[in-house]
Design a protein around this ligand. Sequence first.
Ligand SMILES: *[C@@H]1O[C@H](CO)[C@@H](O)[C@H](O)[C@H]1NC(C)=O
Ligand SMILES: *[C@@H]1O[C@H](CO)[C@@H](O)[C@H](O)[C@H]1NC(C)=O
Ligand SMILES: *[C@@H]1O[C@H](CO)[C@@H](O)[C@H](O)[C@H]1NC(C)=O
Ligand SMILES: *[C@@H]1O[C@H](CO)[C@@H](O)[C@H](O)[C@H]1NC(C)=O
Ligand SMILES: *[C@@H]1O[C@H](CO)[C@@H](O)[C@H](O)[C@H]1NC(C)=O
Ligand SMILES: *[C@@H]1O[C@H](CO)[C@@H](O)[C@H](O)[C@H]1NC(C)=O
Length: 416
Amino acid sequence: MHVNHKCIKIRTVYCLITVTLIFALLYLYNTSYLKKTEVEIPRVTTIRPPNETTETFKNVAPKTTTKYILLWTDPSLHPFVYFGEGNSIFTKGKCGYTNCYVTSNKELLRDLTEYDIVAFNGPQLDIGDLPRVRSFHQKYVYANIEAADNYPICTDDWNHFFNWTWTYKLNSDAIWGYIVVTNSSNHIVGPSLEVDWMSLDDMAPIDMDLKQKLATKSKAAAWFVSNCNTISEREEYVNVLQTYLGDFNLKIDVYGACGTFQCPKEIMNKCLDEVEKKYYFFLAFENAISEDYVTEKVLLALNHYAVPIVYGGADYSRFLPPGSYLNAKQLGPYNLAKEMFDIIENREIYYRFFRWRKYYSFGRRFENPDSNEYCKFCAMANDENLMKETKIYHNFSSWWNAKICNFGNNSTSMRK
Ligand SMILES: *[C@@H]1O[C@H](CO)[C@@H](O)[C@H](O)[C@H]1NC(C)=O
Ligand SMILES: *[C@@H]1O[C@H](CO)[C@@H](O)[C@H](O)[C@H]1NC(C)=O
Ligand SMILES: *[C@@H]1O[C@H](CO)[C@@H](O)[C@H](O)[C@H]1NC(C)=O
Ligand SMILES: *[C@@H]1O[C@H](CO)[C@@H](O)[C@H](O)[C@H]1NC(C)=O
Ligand SMILES: *[C@@H]1O[C@H](CO)[C@@H](O)[C@H](O)[C@H]1NC(C)=O
Ligand SMILES: *[C@@H]1O[C@H](CO)[C@@H](O)[C@H](O)[C@H]1NC(C)=O
């Protein structure tokens, strides 16, 4: 009132301008305030109750607050697609920590620097599409479950960029792999850079039941394969191997797109029964020759009573017990064919390949909270010391794929 009165006394025009400005400011303040609260409230509340000291929250997560994990690259692509949105991947896996919130929504929090972790999927890395802002406290994570040979990085663009790695490589900060080995007291023993396997001679010979089970074997080897043209050139190897095997009157039955035997996905279990009953060996040939790149193919062999013949870039002693497999790359096709023949001809030698069964078992990593990588990852996000510790991959390509980049153009330009 007092103001108005004064205004009229001075100049109506000034007064109107002032009032308009005040309203304008009030309006702007209100809307920006509203926007702020709107962004703060969303579904996050489903896992972060307003009062984090309440009992219910303590039951869900032993530690403090929600950890936000932002999937920077396309969340619909393998393997980010398995995350889903929110924390269900952690609750479903019965993880020790379930207070991690995964999202691909870059606007879920007010600022990109508020996410604890930002994850990039190797195959979709794009130097032209990076977060605008970054905080020193955040962990930028390079994730990849595909072989380095298929997705090499041969530039310096990614040096000093990533804090953590999450890949199948066994020297990653977190492992995102395909298999896990447990011993008979249910401890995880591999894969690992160093595994203290029992020696084959210390393992007891197999029992009668198992011998009986193996008695139905009649065919040399099966190979399930759909990609017929790989940079590992496994198909060339198998062609040569077939020729040598022919000399022994043996052959590999090739199932799938690259062969003459069929096994559609719907009847996969039937095919695996066939493997179990009939085949001495099973080819676990990787599509790329990269260190530590060993996929679930080897599990099909091990868990279906066929001896795996492995082909890949791994040091297989990190993955498999001694005497449980044949290494195609080390032997070469001629020696491999000969070994296969000798083993098939001599039951006692064949039996030795199954001694491990009494001492170890093999499975997928997500089947067990102790080896579930999502659980491990959320646990890492909750590890204050680990989060605070500065870690930087200064020379990324030398960590990820040292060997390929030296070859020059060929293999490096394969896909991306
Ligand atoms: C949270 O709950 C605790 C115990 O129930 C209470 O003492 C505290 O004041 C609450 N805090 C807020 C911010 O409501
Ligand atoms: C299994 O591994 C754990 C950890 O390495 C070890 O302590 C335990 O003795 C092993 N169990 C057997 C039966 O070898
Ligand atoms: C993450 O990496 C960046 C870039 O090299 C670095 O500045 C930052 O200190 C690192 N932070 C942590 C927590 O490791
Ligand atoms: C990265 O490591 C490789 C192999 O060790 C080396 O040739 C290259 O010069 C290093 N790059 C930088 C930027 O240090
Ligand atoms: C690799 O390719 C680039 C162009 O793509 C070419 O300039 C270079 O000479 C090639 N290097 C080798 C070793 O072939
Ligand atoms: C590179 O490609 C050329 C032509 O395609 C081929 O002859 C050569 O063997 C390749 N080198 C390597 C190391 O792969």
